[in-house]
Ligand binder design. Sequence first.
Ligand SMILES: NC(=O)c1ccc[n+]([C@@H]2O[C@H](COP(=O)([O-])OP(=O)(O)OC[C@H]3O[C@@H](n4cnc5c(N)ncnc54)[C@H](OP(=O)(O)O)[C@@H]3O)[C@@H](O)[C@H]2O)c1
Length: 396
Amino acid sequence: MAGKLMHAVQYFGYGGGPSGLKYVEVPVPIPKKDELLLKLEAASINPFDWRIQKGVLRPFLPRKFPHIPGTDVAGEVVEVGSGVKSFKAGDKVVATIYHSEVSATYLGMWNAGLILVIYISHSIPDSSVIHVLHFEGKTILVLDIMCMVSSMMLENSCSKSRCAEFLDGGGLAEFAVTKERLTVSRPAEVSAAEAAGLPIAGLTAHQVLTQDAGINLDGSGPQKNILITAASGGVGHYAVQLAKLGNTHVTATCGARNIDFVKSLGADEVLDYKTPDGAALKSPSGKKYDAVIHCARDIPWSTFEPNLSANGKVFDLTPGPGAMMTFAVKKLTFSKKQLLPVLLIAKGENLDYLVKLVKEGKLKTVIDSKHSLSKAEDASAKSIDGHATGKIIVEP
Ligand SMILES: NC(=O)c1ccc[n+]([C@@H]2O[C@H](COP(=O)([O-])OP(=O)(O)OC[C@H]3O[C@@H](n4cnc5c(N)ncnc54)[C@H](OP(=O)(O)O)[C@@H]3O)[C@@H](O)[C@H]2O)c1
């Protein structure tokens, strides 16, 4: 495919919103040794895509302009790099796109489970976004607060300037390259659109439930009471279904129009977030939550705290400065009730597990809307609007 052109959607600088996305022709990318070239059949939009466009991860991402957004893709393998062992041309797959060639520098850290990083940020437009970096097998959480302290959590020490691995882009195109380790087979029973919804949203729901909240998805283990906020969204709708596989009692929040939908996913009780009880996150049956999968934004600790069980934890997917302060205070005071920021570490084996659940009919991707690649700005506008029910799909 070297030298051939493809259609893609690019933006040429920070900001610009949906109208900054341009439908262009660019060269088909060339896979490196450990990469596959896919002819894409579907991609899904995540809030991450347009937040990167806004500049929340500058100067790390985008690595350069123009940039093709989109990380979650499904398609057919057309070429493989010389080191790729598990796939061949013609295989149907789903993947999330990471790149590892970026060099990042941070200025200081305290490595004791909680690591402090001074991240010199310029005029970052959205100060309430957590960035997820993966530094040589270590997880880093960077919160934008202008020229302030950010936080990281990781297992081992790491040095000051390293090659980092970033969720990147390239998915809003006719072809994209993916890493072998973040690409998994897609059986015929799972459509490209259903599969493309899974990577970031499904993996985040899976990780926070299994790794953070300690739920066994085979239903073994003690029954826990879970609250899932924004249960109608991309992450939330997967989280409800997975939590029910784990035999939990699920309380969920969503807008009035989605109450029946969220119940149909398996939630035991559903709160309209615009009612007083919904805003207070109060379980109708009086449950105290052992874990909160917090997919919505901007709910203060004072609202969560009275609804938590003695050891209840809030796992916050989009912690702002207030949440990071709560995280630090609760950690430093050894509080049993805690707020913990979540950061996704995408793993191919977990994506494979989710694809198998979809194949077996135990998990479904609910599709909010489908958009053609040439109209990707409509898909982006829909995501920015914040009212998707399930996943927004783009099809070349
Ligand atoms: N930390 C990580 O690694 C990570 C990974 C993935 C995602 N995230 C973050 O997680 C968040 C959720 O992602 P997503 O893809 O699920 O978003 P999404 O699909 O855009 O969520 C949209 C849904 O949220 C609902 N909603 C909005 N505010 C709500 C509230 N206060 N209470 C209840 N429901 C509410 C909306 O319902 P209405 O239309 O009725 O308002 C809509 O159905 C995003 O901020 C994303 O950036 C973080």
